[in-house]
Design a protein around this ligand. Sequence first.
Ligand code: GLY
Length: 333
Amino acid sequence: MANRRSFLKKSLLLSFTAILPFKFIRAATREISDSNFLSPASGPMVISTWSHGLAANEAAAAVLAENGKALDAVEKGVMVPEADPNVTSVGLGGLPDADGNVTLDACIMAPNGKAGSVTYLQHILHPISVARMVMEKTPHVILSGEGALKFALDNGFEKTSLLTENAKAQWEKWKASGARYAPQANWENHDTIGLIAIDNVGDIAGACTTSGMAFKHPGRVGDSPIIGAGLFVDNKVGAATATGEGEVVLRTLGSFLIVELMRNGMSPQLACEKAITRLAESVHVHKNMQVGYIAINKAGEIGAFALRSGFQYALYQNGENQLLNAGFLLPWE
Ligand code: GLY
């Protein structure tokens, strides 16, 4: 089986390099994603980014096991890393901006096509729940900064401190080192959590939440709360979500692109690969850049692919929760 997988990986590597533009053929050491070898699932399933997705998937799967809705599952799922002080890229314990403030971005999309989002939100433990409330209680899609905080407080959310001792110490170390901001995705090998779920009736929802780039410029908003960039769901087709350097995801609207490619018949895996290839062709790829996508279609097929190695995703299906390696386009320089 391992030999067959290795043979298939080599065959797929060759077929992929055949469709790459010349400038990438020499550089590509493309590795095939584990998802190339998975069968479509029947029944509820959950897919999410990075190893912190494992615990999130468990919480989401528990909702689905009670015949719960995909929308409730994705919210409950991402609330786990939001509340985990050891996850330094999401919610409580997230690394702060250059001024030492933890600022959060989150969005959620429902099977009915509705969406809610908060950007640059401070002092609230669960930005995903505020995003859901924006979707359900307002005629708007995005609330930002002070306005988002006011909306949260007016609706019963409590103000809390999100800066942990660990995050503060890392920020002080960064300041002492000369305080030069440089985009750094893959911080400690993890980043945004994007999570997609399919429930028992086949409905799809998604959620995406992050504290954004470590030590970012105050005011910076990334891709995660922007519908079509960090997350996109079309219940007739499938869903996709992103992790990594938000600026280039914003410039290429990768999650929307992946869903559109799936709408036109492409598999989730090929659609993720196409979105990464498109990104690499259309932006300057600097040496620290990482972007990863995961996707799922209505049939329960999944995809995952990243610009560089190291991107992992968590997949819950048929009662099993596992951490898998995504394929990638380019080696780290
Ligand atoms: N993808 C997370 C961010 O760039 O903020």
